[in-house]
Design a binder for this molecule. Structure first.
Ligand SMILES: *[C@@H]1O[C@H](CO)[C@@H](O)[C@H](O)[C@H]1NC(C)=O
Ligand SMILES: *[C@@H]1O[C@H](CO)[C@@H](O)[C@H](O)[C@H]1NC(C)=O
Length: 288
């Protein structure tokens, strides 16, 4: 009986464990979504399928099949987000190839801890002006919900567009933030990324730009310039008129003077010069 069992076991090992083991079993993770990838071993028949199992280091040697990854084709990734749901636990996964009659040895992945191994992607960001400040709205991906409790921080890199002057600030992972003490009417761009005490792998967001308050618009600039131009024109006109007016009165004087002079001279010649000349002189003065 025992011999039969041994023979069966040997047969089982010899016949069934004959497929090459999968290779390059790796787990990548982005925003707490975990994906297992692998390559089929060399010379794996094309009708082979692959199964994935996971275990946690707390309960070594207890392997659980991943239901959604029990019939994978070659190079098909396996979503381990549900299987690795505790961010603090160290997990492992393993992959086996199988056909209707054969199986391969298992290939085990490296250790994986969601919290430290995931790459924290950029949050969704929208920025709007609020006077001398910017209002930042952060969208938290649902898979990152738990990170809020795990001492995560948002790092904000704020840059003034005009001259590239920038500063960085760290704030709690909340949905809304006000970045204060900025210059009004000026554009700033904000890049955001997530860090946590346990994790330094992150990807920064694209710059999101906004004016703190509406900048002086083009039309209002035109108004200012045209007003300035109007004032200048008026100034020139007044000065011009003044000069022209001066010239005009001088011209009048020159035209009139010879006449009065000759008149006075004429009076003087006919006699009684002084009294007549004086009265005439005063008369012409008034006229002028
Ligand atoms: C698979 O792993 C081997 C050794 O670990 C490495 O040399 C090879 O580049 C990997 N292949 C791919 C496609 O990643
Ligand atoms: C992986 O599974 C999670 C949880 O079920 C799901 O939210 C996510 O969209 C899946 N990812 C892919 C690439 O299918």
């Amino acid at each position: 009986m025992g011999l039969w069992m041994l023979l069966l076991l040997l047969l089982h090992l010899g016949v069934c464990v004959s497929l090459p083991a999968p290779s390059n079993v790796s787990i990548s993770s982005f925003n707490m979504e975990h994906t297992l990838r692998f390559l089929p071993g060399l010379d794996t028949p094309s009708d082979a399928h692959f199964a994935v199992q996971t275990s946690s280091l707390r309960r070594r040697n207890v392997w659980r099949p991943v239901a959604a990854c029990s019939q994978l084709t070659a190079r098909q990734p396996c979503n381990l987000t549900r299987a690795f749901k505790d961010p603090l636990v160290h997990y492992q996964a393993r992959v086996q190839a199988f056909t209707a009659t054969q199986t391969s040895p298992w290939t085990v992945s490296g250790q994986f801890q969601p919290l430290t191994d995931t790459v924290l992607g950029p949050p969704e960001v929208s920025v709007s002006g609020c006077g001398n400040c910017l209002l930042l709205r952060i969208g938290v991906p649902t898979t990152l919900g738990r990170l809020k409790d795990l001492h995560s921080q948002l790092v904000l890199r704020v840059q003034r567009t005009r001259d590239g002057v920038q500063f960085t600030m760290s704030v709690p992972y909340e949905e809304e933030h006000v970045i204060g003490y900025l210059q009004p009417g000026v554009e700033y761009c904000v890049k955001v990324f997530v860090t946590s005490f346990f994790n330094t792998k992150h990807v920064s967001s694209q710059p999101h730009c906004a004016f703190t308050s509406p900048p002086p618009s083009r039309s209002s600039l035109y108004v200012v310039f045209s007003l300035l131009a109007a004032f200048c024109a008026l100034g020139f006109l007044v000065t011009g008129l003044g000069i022209y007016g001066g010239q005009l009165s001088f011209e009048l004087l020159r035209q009139r003077l010879p006449k009065t002079l000759s008149y006075i001279l004429l009076q003087c010649q006919t006699g009684g010069c002084a009294p007549v000349g004086l009265s005439d002189c005063s008369f012409t003065e008034e006229q002028l």
